[in-house]
Design a protein. Structure first.
Length: 148
């Protein structure tokens, strides 16, 4: 299910996602109310979202969140119940766009540069979805990496 604001940008992105999907999807971008959005976030199995209100609301409701972070740092503003599921490209963004390490930046720094979210790949998101679907296998991979 796709949900978002009625902005032209969000509708365009949702249409692109819908066109690329191999399975049917309900596109509610710009069509749902705040109350309906709360219900959707509460009933969702998982939410994929950048650092935004819906990510934090889903987190507060106990819904797992794959957070997409490049403009902000998940360590500082991520969904605290799902930090392990965050795709975090803020360190790369800080170096690329600001020429600094994240720890050198003031708390709350946002990198609002064109292309910052392009640092997050489809593969990154798929990896986090697989981690969420198979939580035991990611623990085994981590253990074998630490041992090997």
């Amino acid at each position: 299910m796709l949900s978002g604001s009625p902005s032209a940008l969000e509708q365009s992105v949702a249409e692109g996602i819908e066109a690329a999907m191999q399975s049917p999807v309900s596109n509610l971008v710009g069509k749902d109310t705040l109350q309906q959005s709360l219900g959707i976030l509460n009933k969702a199995d998982i939410v994929i979202s950048p650092d935004s209100g819906p990510a934090h609301i889903a987190n507060a409701l106990g819904t797992p969140v794959i957070g997409l972070y490049a403009a902000t740092w998940s360590r500082r503003s991520g969904p605290y119940n799902s930090l392990d599921l965050c795709v975090d490209r803020f360190p790369e963004a800080a170096r690329k766009f600001l020429g600094k390490e994240p720890r050198e930046l003031r708390w709350g720094t946002k990198i609002e540069q064109a292309g910052v979210m392009d640092l997050i790949t489809t593969e990154d998101v798929i990896e986090k979805l697989e981690q969420w679907q198979n939580p035991d296998s990611s623990d085994k991979d981590l253990l074998s990496t630490q041992i090997g």
